[in-house]
Ligand binder design. Structure first.
Ligand code: DGT
Ligand code: CA
Ligand code: CA
Ligand code: ZN
Length: 574
């Protein structure tokens, strides 16, 4: 997603929150929220648009359009600055508690003069909120959980945010003379779900111009440290970026070193020591003579240690070195193996782009098949009806001839009700090519109820994929509480795939759970859950997660040829 769209989405969202907390008109607040989402999902980079172009974005009217133009011109919007000045920083921080929300934050501030996250936690613990309208014990518990989630996130950012910024920076540094290559390293290269800081490695025999270019990038707020081989900066959003510049001659050793993880590297270095070798970011050396053996490529470094190259996504010391020794590393699923996406939306429900646009964009990925899975009727605010669903199916059929190489599948995303039932009965469900089913309500059932609910959904002969199985949202919503072993066993037994939702704030199932589910024999669908064309590229994050869970293409149903996929989707039905 273009960074300027993200920045505009963030300022519109903040504006809506601050309006809401200062008692602004609810309808106007909603208008800004809608516009924020539209800009975030818009296919073109807003920074390249004139006012007329900006006003063509859905849900953007003239007053919002002018604010966007002002923001793009000057980096700020005066009405937003005024609101920020009126509302104390502590209260603004309270809004970001995912389980509180601006309205309740306003009540607490106005009626109880609670002005910070810390004061709020104290107030709950001391019983100050007891009896306050709209704050039952359950709500208080939720707020405390939200505060804990926020503190756990502890300044780490989501993979998608970090990757976008890293790739932009690498793009700019690649243009510097003498710079022969650049790549993300650290947790980013390992595709970890969150990133503490961004590490970038660049190869050049002349570090100075690269450091100079880096320190003067537009995102730089502070230069934390600057040297010949390493410079660290902090961006305006508080994210640290470490840049290392090494000679191309030692690229492989440096890349191995700075990719980590620390735990993986410790084991690798121990292995070197046992072979009377020494490994550093400058190369692999004989321990006694300090003579350089290899440094140029990672492959050489691993090979000289008696190992095949190990993919960065595996380097977490979860058994990859032992597997490498035995010659049993998995042939990891790659993005090129993916033949289609099985969970996507259009503007018939809460997607932002019309069907035609989604299909055009999907065709750009050279998919062999593509499923449209709009929300089913029980998610009431989406206003789905049987009639609309069938009309969409007809439209999809009539668009099929445009895509001779991409089979269009008609699906839906069902809602798993509290008892494990779904929106439609078998006759209607039979008409879909693929059904995703997800939990979208009643998140707080007991563990036993939640387990039974999802197991029952797996037992439904028409449910093919459990969407975002744990429902967690990184940094904002905790996972559902259910017995993972029971659900994994049920999914494997019934031929129900579990989703790896590629949305960077979900990545659900997460890596460890993927590994765990695979041991039960579960199959997976790596899907984007796209609500806009700009979400389709999120597939790479789902693939990263699948690789971190040690999956091969045999484990991933949307890496299969259509005929094999279709058999799986029948679930043994005639
Ligand atoms: P993060 O930033 O918390 O998401 O995780 P990483 O893995 O990116 O950690 P970071 O940024 O501290 O360091 C990047 C890599 O550099 C790390 O994975 C291994 C290597 N590295 C950094 N400092 C050390 C160190 O003191 N000892 C060793 N063995 N490796 C280090
Ligand atoms: Ca890092
Ligand atoms: Ca670092
Ligand atoms: Zn969805």
């Amino acid at each position: 997603m273009p960074r300027s769209n993200e920045a505009v989405e963030a300022f519109l969202t903040e504006y809506a929150d601050l309006m809401s907390i200062s008692g602004g008109d609810a309808f106007r607040v909603r208008t800004y929220e809608k516009a924020a989402r539209s800009v975030g999902g818009y296919h073109a980079d807003v920074a390249t648009l004139d006012l007329k172009g900006i006003l063509a974005i859905p849900n953007v009217g003239s007053s919002i359009g002018e604010k966007i133009a002002e923001f793009l011109r000057s980096g700020t919007v005066h009405q937003l600055d005024e609101l920020r000045a009126r509302i104390p920083a502590g209260v603004r921080e309270m809004i970001s508690i995912p389980t509180l929300g601006p309205k309740r934050a306003m009540v607490l501030y106005r009626d109880l003069h609670i002005g910070s996250v810390g004061e709020l936690a104290d107030a709950i613990h001391s019983g100050m909120l007891t009896g306050l309208k709209g704050f039952g014990p359950k709500t208080e518990e939720n707020i405390l959980r939200g505060i804990a989630l926020m503190q756990q996130a502890g300044g780490r950012v989501q993979l998608g945010v970090a990757m976008d910024l890293a790739e932009e920076i690498i793009g700019e540094l690649s243009a510097v003379r003498g710079c022969s290559k650049g790549t993300p390293a650290g947790s980013l290269r390992r595709m970890a779900e969150t990133v503490g800081d961004i590490d970038i490695l660049v190869a050049s025999d002349d570090g100075e111009p690269v450091m100079e270019a880096f320190a003067s990038l537009s995102y730089v707020q502070d230069v934390i440290g600057r040297g010949d081989t390493k410079t660290s900066i902090r961006t305006a959003t508080g994210l640290q970026v470490d840049l290392r510049v090494v000679s191309p001659a030692v690229w492989g050793a440096a890349l191995q070193y700075f990719t980590g993880s620390k735990a993986h590297n410790i084991k690798i270095r121990e292995r070197a020591v046992r072979k009377k070798l020494k490994l550093s970011e400058y190369g692999l050396f004989h321990a006694d003579t300090d003579e350089l053996i290899v440094a140029q490529t990672e492959e050489e470094v691993y090979e000289r240690l008696g190992l095949p190259w190990i993919a960065p996504t595996l380097r977490e010391d979860r058994g990859e070195i032992e597997a490498a020794v035995r010659g049993e590393l998995p042939a990891l699923v790659r993005q090129a193996d993916i033949r289609g996406d099985l969970h996507t939306h259009t503007d018939l429900t809460d997607g932002l782009a019309p069907l035609e646009q989604m299909l055009e964009a999907a065709a750009g990925f050279r998919y062999a098949y593509y499923a449209v899975t709009d929300h089913a009727p029980n998610l009431y605010m989406q206003r789905m009806t049987d009639h609309k669903m069938l009309a969409q199916r007809d439209r999809l059929g009539s668009l099929q001839p445009r895509y001779p190489k991409m089979t269009l599948l008609h699906g839906t995303e069902l809602n798993i009700d509290p008892e494990g039932g779904v929106d439609w009965g078998p006759e209607f469900l039979e008409g879909f090519d693929v059904c995703v089913a997800s939990v979208h309500s009643h998140f707080n059932q007991s563990k036993d109820e939640m387990t039974a609910r999802i197991v029952r959904a797996c037992q439904n002969p028409h449910v093919n994929v459990i969407g975002h199985p744990t429902g967690r949202q990184i940094g904002s919503r905790p996972p559902l509480d259910f017995d993972l072993d029971e659900v994994f066993a049920a999914a494997a037994r019934t031929g129900t795939a579990l989703e790896i939702n590629s949305f960077p704030d979900r990545l659900d199932l997460r890596d460890e759970h993927v590994m765990w589910a695979k041991r039960h024999g579960v199959k997976f669908a790596v899907d984007t859950d796209s609500h806009s064309t700009v979400h389709l590229p999120f597939m790479r994050y789902g693939i990263g997660t699948a690789q971190r869970g040690w999956l091969t293409k045999d484990d991933v149903i949307n890496a299969w040829p259509l005929s094999k996929l279709r058999r799986f989707l029948r679930k043994g039905r005639a």
